[in-house]
Design a protein around this ligand. Sequence first.
Ligand SMILES: Nc1nc2c(ncn2[C@@H]2O[C@H](COP(=O)(O)OP(=O)(O)OP(=O)(O)O)[C@@H](O)[C@H]2O)c(=O)[nH]1
Ligand SMILES: [Mg+2]
Length: 305
Amino acid sequence: MSNRAQKLLADIKNKNARAIGKAISIVENETELCDDLLIGLSESEMPQYLVLGITGNPGAGKSTLTDKIIAHYRKQNQRIGIIAIDPTSPISGGAILGDRIRMMQHATDSDVVIRSMATRGRLGGLCSCAGATVRIMAASGCNPIIIETVGVGQSEIDIVSLADISLLVSAPGLGDDIQAMKAGLLEVADLLVINKADLPGATALFRDLQMLAREKEREITKTIASTGEGVDKLIKQIELLEKDYNESSYILKKREASKKKEIIDWSLEMVRAKLEKNIEHFALTNSDPRLQAKDFIKQHLKDMQ
Ligand SMILES: Nc1nc2c(ncn2[C@@H]2O[C@H](COP(=O)(O)OP(=O)(O)OP(=O)(O)O)[C@@H](O)[C@H]2O)c(=O)[nH]1
Ligand SMILES: [Mg+2]
C-alpha cells in the first residue's frame, strides 16, 4: 500500500470527515488511489457494523423516519453513517435536496456521516460504490450505516442485497396502492413499515399488507415518523432481527450474497469501460451487430485484468 493510501486510511479511522469524503470520491470516480485504498481497507480489522436499508415509495416518509432513527442511535452515542441514494429519476428529482433539508438537524453533528450518491450512469447499479462506501464509513466507526433509496428503478432491489436488514416503508395517500409496490420487494424486505399512520387509509393499507405479508409471518409496524410515534417499537424489531440473524448465521449468508452482487456490479462496470474503449478500433463487418458483438467480446475480453 502506498504512503498516501496508508495516510488516508489512518485519517478515516481517526474519523476525519474530509478524509472520509475524499475516500468515497476516490472509489466513486475510480481514481488512481482507489485499488490501493481498497486493499488497505480489506486488510484492516473492521469494527462490527449493521447495514440498514430503507426503501419505499417516493414521499412515504423514509427520510423523516431515518431522521428519527438517527436521533435514537445518537442518544446512545453511536456514530451513524447515512448513504442517500439518488436514483436520478424524473419522478423523484430533487429528493436529495429534500433529504438534506430534513436531516439538517444532524448536519452539524460530526458523528453523523451523510453522503448522497447517484446511480445514474452506473451500469452495475448501486452495489459497487455503495458497498465500498459502507466499509469506509464502518472503518471510521459508524454503526449502523443506513442506506436510503427511493422505490423506483433498480436501486431498491439492490438495497435489499446490500443491507443486512431492509425496511420497506409504505404510506397511505400516495395514490399508489400495494399493487404498485413491486411484489418482489415486498417478499424480500425484512421489515414492513406503514408510515403516516395518522392519515386515513392507514388501516386499509395495513389490512392489504397483512394479507401479503402473512406467508413470511412478518410483523408490520405502524409509525408516524413526523412525531416519532412507533419508532421505538420499530427499532426494537430491528434489534431483535439483528440478534436473530446473528445467532442463526443468516447474516453471514446475506453478506456473502451481497459481496457476490458487488463483484458482479464492479465487473459490469469494468467490462463496459473496456468495451467502450476498444470499440473505436473494431473493424465493422456487414453481419448483424448481435453477431458482431459475439466476435467483439471474444476478441476483447480475453485480456481483461
Ligand atoms: N402526516 C404525516 N406526514 C408525514 C409523516 N412522515 C413524514 N411525513 C411527511 O411526508 C413528506 C415526505 O416525507 P419524506 O421523509 O421526505 O419522505 P421520503 O420517503 O424520504 O421521500 P423521497 O425521499 O422524496 O422519496 C414530508 O412532508 C413529511 O413531513 C407521518 O408519519 N405523517
Ligand atoms: Mg427521502
